[in-house]
Structure formats: C-alpha cells, structure tokens
Design a protein around this ligand. Structure first.
Ligand SMILES: Cc1ncc(C[n+]2csc(CCOP(=O)(O)OP(=O)(O)O)c2C)c(N)n1
Length: 648
C-alpha cells in the first residue's frame, strides 16, 4: 500500500517524516517504479539505485534555490516522484505525459532538458559561478547579514564520468576553487559493465576486502593524528582526506583540486544525510564518492543490471518485488540486421574493427564482442575520442566501423571534420536510431545527421531504404576508399518485395515511375512511400517511387529527370528539413536551372519534437501513408473528402 508517497507534494513535505517513515518512503518509491515500469519500458535499474540519494539530497538542500543536475537524466524518476509529479507518473514516456528525462517545462526542479551524458559538472559549475556573481551584484546583503549561499550539485554516474567533457569541467572547477559539490554515483556499471582505466581506479574502492582493510587502516592512521583547533584542524582534515583518497582510489580527484570524500554507502539514508550535511558546510570543490547498487531492491535487476537498464514490460509478484518474466518481442529490428552485417564483415575481413561508445547492448554487438574481442572496442561514453580513434585505426590500414546512435554522434562533429573527412580516411559510420526515436523524445531523436554529415567534402552519405539494402550497403561502404556513413531507424525491419538493384555509388533505385508525380524516399520511409503510392494508384493517380539511397553524392541524373519530367516530386525523409535530403535536391535542381516549384519536401520541421511512440510522431508530422497521400493530393489539387479515405 502506498501511503506516504502520495502525500509528498513537494520536497518540503519530506521534513515532516520520521526516520522510519523515510525508510518506508524509499520502499514506496521502489514499488511505484516497479508498478509503472512493469507496464511501460523505461530506465529501471538506474532509478532503483538512487532512491536514497534523491531523498537525502532533497532533505539536505533546498532546490528551489540550490541547484541540482542529474547527469544524463535517465535516473531522475525518484526526483520526479519527490517533486510533485507522483500523480502523473504513470504517464511517463507517453504522448503528452511526463518525459523520461529532466524537463524544465514540467517542473522548476528540473533545470536543463538533458539526455546526453557528461555535461552535469559543467552546467553545475556555470550555475555556481553565475549565482555567486549575480547574488553578490544584484542583492547586496543588509549590514551584518549575509545571504545564504546557493549550493550547486552535480550527480554523475561512473559510466558518464570518463566522458572527456567531465574532465574539462573538473579541471576548470579545481582551478576556480568554487564551492561545487560533485557526487559520484558509483554503481560499477555503465549500461554494460564499465570499461577503461578509470573503471579500474574506481574498482579499487569497491574491492571489498581492500576497501574494508583500507577503511580499518585509514581509521587507525587517522586516529593517531591529534585533533587541533582552528586552521590546524582544517589542514589536518585535508591531510586525512588526502590519505583516504590515496587508499581508496580518489587521488585523481585530489590532483584536480577537489577534496575527495568517500566512498560512502549510498543506501544508508541516515548515513548519507550526515555526509551531505557535512559537505554542505565545506569550502571549495568536493567530490563525494557514493557507492550504490544498480537495481537495488529488485533481485533480478540488481543481478542483471544490463537487461534491467531498460527492460521490456514484465510481470511482477509480491512484496519482495520479484519479477516473474520479461515479455520480449520477437520481431527483428534494423539494429539486428546491422549488427549481423557487421559480424559477417568482421568474419570475412580481419582488418574490420567495430567501435561503440558504451552502447554494446543498444547496438546489439554482444556476439561481436564475444567472438572478435581483439577488434571490438568500447570506448565508454566518449564519442569524440571514438571517432578520432577510428581515424587512427584507418590511417594504420584497418577498416573501422563507428557504430553510434545518430544523436550521440553529434558529440564528434569536429572529429568527423578534421580527423576523418579532412584526411579522407576510410572510416565507416553506421548511425543507429536515426530518425524519430519515440518515447525518449527530443534529447534522443536522431534527426540532424543527414544535414551535419552532408556538409563535409569527401563524405559519402547514404541510407538503406529497407531491410534488403542493409547488408549490401555495409559491404559497399567497406569497399570504398574514404569516409562513408549510413543511417537506419529505430524500428522493426520492413521489406519492399522486389529484386533490389545492386548498389552503385551515387545511384538511386527506381522502384517505379509515375505520370502524375514521384515520391523520392531517402531511407527509412521508402516502404511507407510504396504503400502511399499504392493507395494513390487506387485513387487513379499514377505516382512513382524512388529509393534514393544516397544524399551525397546525389543521383542527379535520376532525380533531376524526375523534376524535369513529372509534374510533382515529393521528397520524404525522417530527418530535419533544414539542410536535409529535400534541400539537397532543391540545391541541385536550382544549380541545374530547373523550376523547383513542383518539389515538395516532407520531413521534420524546424522545431524540437516531443516524446511519443514513433508511429504517433510520424502521423502527427504527416510522414505516414495518410500524410504522404494528403501532401500529394494537395500539391496536385486533388483534395479528397476525409470520409472517403480508406481506414489505414
Ligand atoms: C553522450 C551519450 N552517449 C551515450 C548515452 C547512452 N547512455 C545512457 S545512460 C548510459 C550509462 C550511464 O552510466 P552511468 O552514468 O554510470 O549511470 P547509471 O545508469 O549506471 O546509473 C549510457 C551509455 C548517453 N545518454 N549520452
């Protein structure tokens, strides 16, 4: 029975609760997470792990004034439940409902809309510097009184910690010597097991025996240090912290100018509150190392945090929150086709290597990792490094495939420019989740890549029209000389029955010509266009379909012929209209001196797209069969009465 959680309208209500009630509240939050996430796939294990931390933070600080940034934002559910959103929680990640990430439109307690990892320390530092400056400048304190300080806190996971930007921020913060609190939420996991040397450094603190021994050892050493008053006490405290950092793997942070405190137990609520009260009053940048367990409180989730990072819907039972079974879907997605193609390419050619930036599971590369461990590289959440590293591999003569989600590849824009395309190196980019990613929303939709990749000279930019194009396209990409990219959507595989034309550089595949117009699909919406053309034919309109395959180089012969010879050309893409495929055709037609008025572009408009199921979003944006047919009818002046339309 949930009794306490419904009474928490804001964090202020937490102060009325006794310690046992707070413990009960933590349980109720976990029960609510299990209840809602059993019917709706969402971030699960990460949220179960930060329940006590969220409660302790809201009890210690006042985030109406103080600042709190949850890095990435995927672990923000307990925070949402404590900041007045319990009643709407069931709507999370559905159209019109709560977002699965922080959202300032939902609550003043969410400062930034985020979903990409690594920026929390930078933002928290910026807030701290800005608040200090403006508070001092705009609100001079009356004589004898000082304004309470606004605290600024970043909570960052050990998976996000190795991102380059985090170290840029730590370095900056250590230099500025501001009162910034960074809480390292160390659950020993990214989505997959964490990787790299920093992981080993943090493991040092985790090794139970060592940790226990070192704590005993530290306590012993510290006990012998005499307690003095005033300045001397502070100096000795710092020596103590330094010693502890050395023994527990926190030296790195001390070197960067942070006072390292911890590791402390992230599930001991009273203990956590004591630590937070303590660090609240300290000066200078502090790193509080908190150990948590991903999936805490749900046995299956803590035993298998990879599966339970974002599990499919599941059945649950009883007070122990035992999960009976997961309901996995049977359909194959584009990601499966691509990871299979990557596997085959690696089996055929031992120069082929694959690089993922912490998304082995998302990219379904587990089998590749198991069978080709020497050519599988997980860089951690370090997309910029991943791309420059791939450039190095390519220069050495390897055939690197950079397998990164479209939205996350944005991090490496400059490395794509300088290290890859400027050098004309043969790096293959496979962009997963390109297009509308559904319930994750604006932070994760991969809608900009066509635009930002077609900017660069030397780059081949292409997209499979359907399942039949995926494997041949990867083969084709690996046979090229310079940089090549291909994008594919977050959806189940679709197939247009045909004998697919062989792939040739810069050549579109003409599926069928039409007298009244042609739909030119770039990528994922090719099967939808085929269905739309079919329906229009049933209405008496002869509309053809072209599977464009390439935006760069663009198939000018075929596409400009369509512009010249048919009354209407409709470009269809699951990407932004600004500088996308349709723009490329307009540019080419204009350069050829053609009349461009009969070109209609369908795609994502110039605004950020909210969260909802991909199908719902496509329909809202006129990118489903109805929407495409409607656009053709409108352009040809053949409006049909809505009642006469067949039901889709
Ligand atoms: C730039 C970027 N790359 C990849 C991701 C995908 N991603 C989301 S959460 C996550 C793991 C984060 O691990 P950690 O920070 O330790 O948090 P935990 O889930 O363990 O609490 C990853 C890789 C992302 N959100 N942003």
């Amino acid at each position: 029975m949930t009794t306490i959680l419904p009474q928490i309208a804001s964090p202020a209500d937490l102060h009325r609760l006794t310690d046992p009630q707070l413990t009960l509240l933590a349980q109720e939050i976990r029960d609510e997470l299990v209840r809602v996430l059993s019917i709706r796939p969402a971030h699960f294990a990460s949220n179960l792990g930060v329940v006590e931390l969220a409660i302790a933070l809201h009890l210690t600080f006042d985030f109406r004034r103080d600042r709190l940034i949850w890095d990435t934002g995927h672990q923000i559910y307990p925070h949402k439940l404590l900041t007045g959103r319990f009643q709407q929680f069931e709507s999370i990640r559905t159209k019109g409902g709560l977002m699965g990430y922080p959202n300032p439109h939902e609550s003043d307690y969410d400062l930034f809309m985020t979903g990409h990892a690594g920026c929390s320390v930078s933002c928290a530092l910026g807030l701290k510097v800005g608040d200090d400056w403006l508070d001092a400048r705009l609100k001079p304190a009356p004589l004898g009184q000082s304004l309470p300080e606004r605290h600024s806190i970043a909570v960052i996971g050990d998976g996000a910690l190795p991102s380059g930007i985090v170290f840029e921020a730590l370095n900056n913060a250590g230099g500025l010597n501001k009162n910034l609190l960074v809480i390292l939420n160390d659950n020993a996991m990214s989505i997959c097991p964490r990787v790299g040397a920093l992981a080993q450094c943090l493991d040092q603190a985790r090794l139970t025996n060592f940790y226990r021994d070192s704590k005993k050892h530290v306590r012993e050493v510290l006990r012998r240090i005499p307690v003095l008053g005033g300045m001397a006490t502070t100096a000795i405290e710092q020596v103590k912290d330094g010693l502890k950092a050395f023994l527990t793997g926190g030296m790195l942070f001390e070197e960067l100018g942070f006072r390292y405190i911890g590791p402390v137990d992230g599930h001991d609520l009273p203990g956590l509150r004591r630590w937070l009260r303590d660090v609240r009053n300290q000066q200078g940048p502090i790193l509080l190392h908190v150990l948590t367990q991903k999936g805490h409180g749900v046995p299956q989730a803590s035993e298998d945090p990879v599966t339970y990072h974002t599990p499919p819907v599941f059945e649950k039972i009883g007070p122990e929150r035992t999960i009976i079974s997961l309901k996995r879907g049977g359909s194959r997605a584009y990601t499966d086709a691509m990871s299979g193609a990557i596997y085959n390419a690696m089996a055929e050619d031992d120069r082929v290597a694959v690089i993922t930036a912490a998304m082995c599971q998302g990219n379904k590369l587990e089998k590749v990792r198991a069978d080709f461990p020497a050519r599988f590289f997980d860089t951690g959440i370090c997309e910029s490094h991943a791309v420059a590293f791939a450039a190095g591999l390519a220069k050495a003569g390897m055939r690197p495939i950079v397998d990164i989600y479209s939205t996350f590849l944005q991090r490496s824009f400059d490395q794509i420019f300088q290290e890859v395309t400027l050098q004309n190196l043969h790096v293959v980019f496979t962009l997963d989740r390109a297009g509308l990613t559904g319930p994750d929303g604006p932070t994760h939709h991969g809608v900009f890549d066509t635009t930002y990749l077609r900017l660069f000279p030397n780059m081949v930019v292409m997209a499979p029209g359907d399942e039949l194009d995926v494997a041949p396209m990867l083969k084709f990409a690996l046979a090229q000389d310079g940089p090549v990219s291909m994008r594919y959507p977050k959806t189940n595989l679709e197939k247009v029955e045909r004998t697919a034309a062989p792939l040739e550089l810069g050549q579109a595949e003409v599926y069928e010509w039409g007298e009244d117009g042609v739909l030119v699909a770039y990528g994922s919406l090719f099967p939808t266009c085929v269905k739309a053309a079919q329906r229009l034919r049933e209405e008496g309109l002869s509309v053809g379909v072209i599977n464009a395959r390439f935006v760069k180089p663009l198939d000018k012969n075929t596409l400009l012929k369509a512009v010249e010879e048919t009354p209407l050309v409709v470009t269809v893409e699951e990407g932004t209209l600004e500088g996308g495929f349709g723009s490329a055709l307009l540019e080419a037609a204009n350069a050829a001196g053609l009349d461009t008025r009969q070109i209609v572009r369908l795609g994502i408009p110039d605004r950020f797209i909210e969260h909802a199921e991909r199908g719902e979003l496509l329909a809202d944006l006129g990118l489903d069969v109805n929407g495409i047919c409607g656009a053709v009818r409108r352009a040809l002046g053949r409006e049909v009465h809505p009642e006469s339309l067949p039901v889709q």
